[in-house]
Design a protein around this ligand. Structure first.
Ligand code: HEC
Length: 147
């Protein structure tokens, strides 16, 4: 006689549990495993984190992105609150391609461009340059956005 088949096979259950356990670690992945390639988003992230001397926090990055900092604009004013799709320049109305690397492979691959726009946009939004810790938080968050 066959035993009754269980509702969830042990393998399926194990896989599901494994995924759940690994999920919170995902934002840290680029930190541990950044390739030696120049200018991947992961490499830029580890650079900022090293400069900051602290672990990036994606949640803090999202908060920073969607808050005002004593001025008119937020990062989200031009890039959208969820930068997985095109944004729109708050002043000129020009479209801005998605900022999250998973939705735009060109993002965070050119360090000079990244630094130039961080400087300019942080000055507009915060009235100063962003710190390495803030950049690490922002990039860590952007890297959590997946299709
Ligand atoms: C007034 C509109 C505006 C605001 C506000 C703004 N940005 Fe941007 N951002 C742009 C434009 C325009 C570009 C360059 C065009 C492009 O790359 O699509 C850009 C590009 C960038 C890039 C370059 C990324 C890459 O690798 O191509 C980064 C990083 C960035 N913005 C981050 C931020 C952050 C962080 C904030 C908030 C502190 C912010 N932006 C606020 C308009 C804005």
């Amino acid at each position: 006689m066959k035993p009754p088949s269980p509702k969830l096979s042990p393998v399926t259950a194990l896989r599901a549990a494994g995924r759940l356990l690994l999920l919170p670690l995902l934002p840290l992945l680029p930190l541990c495993c950044s390739a030696a390639l120049a200018a991947t988003p992961a490499e830029l992230l580890s650079g900022y984190a090293a400069q900051a001397g602290s672990a990036p926090m994606a949640a803090r990055g999202q908060q920073f992105f969607t808050a005002t900092h004593g001025r008119d604009w937020q990062c989200a004013s031009c890039h959208g609150a969820l930068p997985t799709q095109a944004g729109k320049h708050a002043a000129t109305g020009k479209p801005i391609a998605a900022l999250a690397p998973a939705f735009n492979p060109l993002r965070f691959t050119d360090p000079a461009k990244v630094e130039k726009w961080f400087r300019r946009n942080c000055n507009d939004v915060v009235g100063r340059e962003c710190s390495a810790a803030e950049k690490a938080d922002l990039l860590a968050w952007l890297l959590t956005l997946k299709p």
